[in-house]
Write a protein that binds this ligand. Structure first.
Ligand SMILES: *Cc1c(COP(=O)(O)O)cnc(C)c1O
Length: 459
């Protein structure tokens, strides 16, 4: 057909919208109309550029529009299946909540609540009351406050405690976490000056001591959450830093990063300090994340001496970084589980995944392999290693087991892409020309879905 005939033959938007099959598209009419218009526009553009030389048949046209409509109807923020083996995958949402915590968030979301209402007094209450007692009981701290995330916690703490003065920090602890959050820049942002002491590998107590001056407002310790300095290295024990702070009349602040509430050392996870150790050492103000090793919702938890926590509660910035009711509900439910640490390691998905026995992982991977084999997927059991992720346990590899798929009818990259682009995506990893489904962060109830989709993708 000639260009002008093709253009003339282009279907009308209204005619397409009247096609009964489009009722299947679960989209509001204005959105569907825009989509159809964009579709016809792209056809017209194609004709003008001589890339389109024939119009699609009606069935094909409907199929294409419906496919686009279905994609548009999917929520952008949606569930994925994490087959990467990384438990605290920041891009995939870090911690998955326990059933109790997820339910609490759901209930708080859909009805009114006691968020800032004191039932006893019949008057205004405090939003922090719901978790403060729990946090104090679990950690041994005097007082507690919760904000939006740990980055906000650090911002609030430094703005409140160090503005207009200096903070002393070791050169070995000038951490950068993801998303351009760097300790030196944060200190500056808070209107404070950073006084770096020591060397990259070694900092001594005398380095802090010699740096203290008129302008010093606080001593800051930052947990090197996502890296370690090894070899000829030394940092100052917390207790010594606290003693120095006391002597000099300066508060000691600690950004703990992950914030672990159970001692993981006897359970085989090394070098993750607990929050309780910092409280015991006498640190004045400690902050950590709610959704890293703690296994709760995104939150910044601040605990410490009542004198300082009271100041933080009253600081104007606190209002700007305040935590919402769904988070508080989920955090309260998560913390309640920690009242019995034995329960916590079973009920909190993050802890359960990280601490999973290797034999259990192997069995789980074998089960997945069997399911995949039923769908004619060329698969074998593979031993590998996992990292915890999310700025926690940076130097320890955990034993891992995976179902390794070696597709015959497509490339490994094609397989990866097909699974990633599913309405409910499966995110695995590629290693040595095989597609790995690592079972650590999988739920067994998803195995049938995974087997079916991988079966279709390799078929
Ligand atoms: C992760 C981390 C933060 C930021 O915590 P978010 O809860 O992600 O805001 C700050 N400091 C350290 C040392 C961290 O590891």
């Amino acid at each position: 057909m000639e260009k002008k005939d093709l253009l003339r033959a282009l279907p009308k938007i209204d005619d397409i919208l009247r096609l009964p099959v489009l009722a299947e598209a679960d989209l509001p009419l204005p959105v569907l109309t825009d989509l159809v218009r964009a579709y016809i526009d792209s056809l017209r553009e194609g004709i003008l550029q001589e890339k389109v030389t024939a119009l699609p048949e009606k069935d094909e046209l409907c199929r294409q529009i419906l496919a686009q409509a279905k994609e548009k109807a999917l929520p952008s923020l949606r569930q994925v299946i994490n087959a990467t083996g990384v438990t605290l995958h920041t891009n995939l949402g870090r911690s998955c909540l326990s059933e109790a915590a997820a339910k609490a968030a759901y209930e708080a979301a859909r009805r009114y609540s006691t968020l800032e209402y004191d039932i006893e007094a019949g008057a205004r209450g405090s939003r922090y009351s719901h978790v403060e007692e729990l946090l104090c009981r679990i950690t041994g701290a005097e007082s507690a406050l919760v904000v939006n995330n740990n980055a906000a916690a650090v911002l609030l703490i430094l703005s409140c405690m160090a503005q207009g003065g200096e903070v002393i920090t070791s050169r070995g602890e000038l951490v950068e976490i993801g998303g351009s959050f760097r300790i030196p820049e944060i200190v500056q942002q808070c209107g404070s000056r950073l006084k770096e002491v020591g060397a990259t590998n070694k900092t001594h107590l005398r380095d802090y001591e010699n740096a203290i001056g008129e302008e010093t407002r606080a001593l800051l310790k930052v947990h090197t959450s996502n890296f370690r300095i090894m070899g000829f290295s030394q940092s100052v024990p917390l207790a010594d830093l606290v003693a120095l702070g006391k002597k000099a009349g300066l508060p000691v602040i600690e950004d703990l990063g992950s914030g672990c509430l159970v001692d993981l050392e006897p359970l085989g996870i090394h070098d993750e300090p607990t929050v309780m150790q910092s409280v015991k050492a006498g640190v004045d103000v400690i902050s950590f994340s709610g959704d890293k090793l703690l296994g709760g919702p995104q939150a910044g938890i601040i605990i410490g001496k009542k004198f300082w926590i009271d100041k933080l509660k009253k600081h104007p910035l606190n209002r700007a970084v305040r935590v919402d009711k769904m988070t508080l509900a989920a955090l309260e439910a998560t913390l309640r589980i920690y009242l019995d640490p034995a329960e916590a390691v079973k009920e909190i998905p993050t802890l359960r995944m990280i601490l999973e026995e290797e034999s259990v992982l192997k069995e789980k991977a074998q089960k997945l392999c069997d399911k995949l084999a039923e769908k004619q997927v060329p698969v074998s059991l593979l031993q590998d290693v996992d990292q915890v992720g999310g700025g926690s346990v940076p130097c320890q590899f955990l034993p891992a087991w995976a179902a390794a798929v070696a597709p015959e009818n497509c490339s490994v990259d094609q397989l990866e892409e097909r699974l990633r682009k599913l309405p409910r995506p499966i995110i695995g990893r590629i290693s040595h020309d095989r597609y790995l489904l690592d079972v650590r962060a999988l739920w067994e109830e998803d195995f049938s879905y995974i087997a079916e989709k991988v079966g279709e993708a390799v078929g």
